[in-house]
Ligand binder design. Structure first.
Ligand code: PLP
Length: 373
């Protein structure tokens, strides 16, 4: 049987046509009409002022830190439960990451832990991560960061199409970043975007992303630049994907609901809750398995699914438990290390918007059978 992946790309005819058009036009470059159009269409979709299309979400995060002026020795906050690039970009700038725990109710930044950090540090920036498609609770976070003069960068890499209080993710904070990596809800194979209502910041991002080349005839450089701009070919694919984004969100939410209906009654299984003030895109269906109650660990379930050629994964391993970051400070709210528990018990199930109902039923049956043993 062919492999079922966690979150494979889901392409359609319009992506093929747009890509073909880009190819035929010979705009095979990190600039071109599809790049401009993709930026405009995404800004319109998000209802944000400006967007810069880049090679990856990581590049967008890196530029966001540069744009807020993060320098060597500055403290930058970030949740521990996330993917490594959020912390890596802090090291790119020789700044100091300080990690924060997440709340058990939403799996996103824990506000009380954040408050504790502000008693000790004067951070330069906060990278707020909308984990697995769930928005952080931005109103209190922005208020707190405002009081302490801390720039907020919203990492909505996993949360394209998700919402907080009726507004699209990526639009909170000074800047937002998106990822179109191959496993994301919409993809350009690799790609990212930096968005903001501040035109100057987005123009500066474009400038830094094109080798910081000064606008003169010859090649003149006053600042350190990067080669971070998105290719016109990939932007064409992105434009096609954006047209079906809302459908993809609905499909992933339906997939979540089917898993939930089939498995949530089992004692010891808890699905990632949806925050009452937001609408997650359910990028990945995630849940925890308390092996004391189920008698089976999440790793056993992953291994059993793997034998059936089905990909499932543990939840992100928290940054404070990573060898690379073990010397960094980590703040929890009430003594409980929520990130560590979610990692130990957390499971991500196949959630692609092209997952068939038959395949999903097979996954559900395998999990049920494993729990019965
Ligand atoms: C939370 C988070 N931030 C940043 C990134 C980096 O995005 P990219 O892979 O496009 O560099 C990813 C995913 O890959 C992510 O999941």
């Amino acid at each position: 049987m062919s492999r079922i992946y966690l979150s494979p790309p889901h392409m359609g005819e319009q992506e093929r046509e747009l890509l073909q058009e880009a190819f035929d036009s010979n705009w095979i470059a990190p600039l071109g009409p599809h790049v401009d159009a993709f930026e405009g269409e995404m800004a319109e979709y998000l209802e944000v002022g400006y967007a810069a299309a880049l090679i990856t979400g990581t590049a967008a995060l890196h530029l966001a830190l540069k744009l807020v002026g993060v320098k060597e020795g500055d403290v930058v906050l970030c949740p521990s439960l996330t993917f490594a690039p959020c912390a890596n970009v802090i090291l790119y700038e020789n700044a100091t990451p300080v990690f924060i725990d997440v709340s058990p109710e939403t799996w996103t930044l824990d506000l009380s832990a954040l408050e504790i950090v502000f008693k000790t540090y004067k951070p330069k920036a906060l990278i707020a991560v909308d984990l697995y498609g769930q928005s952080c609770d931005y109103d209190p976070i922005l208020e707190l960061c405002d009081q302490h003069n801390v720039a907020v960068i919203e990492d909505a890499a996993e949360a394209i199409g998700a919402e907080y209080k009726g507004k699209k993710c990526g639009t909170f904070g000074l800047m937002g970043i998106l990822s179109f990596n191959g496993n994301k809800i919409i993809t350009t194979s690799g790609g990212g975007m930096l968005v903001s209502d501040d035109e100057e910041l987005v123009n500066k991002a474009r400038f830094l992303a094109t080798q910081a080349r000064e606008p003169v005839l010859h090649y003149e450089h006053k600042e350190l630049g990067y080669n971070y701009r998105m290719s016109n070919l990939l932007a064409a694919v992105g434009r096609g994907q954006l047209q079906v984004l809302d459908e993809r969100v609905q499909a992933r939410r339906r997939i979540f609901q089917r898993y939930f209906d089939a498995l949530s009654e089992i004692d010891g299984i808890d699905f990632m809750p949806e925050a009452t003030n937001g609408k997650t895109n359910r990028w990945l269906t995630t849940l925890t398995i308390d092996s004391k109650k189920t008698g089976v660990s999440r790793t056993q379930i992953i291994n059993t699914l793997e034998k059936e050629n089905i990909e499932a994964r543990p939840v992100w391993k928290p940054m404070h438990l990573q060898p690379l970051y073990k010397s960094c400070e980590y703040y929890t709210a009430n003594g409980e290390d929520v990130s560590a528990r979610l990692f130990e018990q957390g499971l991500c199930l196949p959630s692609g918007s092209n997952l068939s109902i038959d395949d999903q039923n097979r996954i559900i049956d395998i999990i049920r059978d494993t729990l019965r043993q």
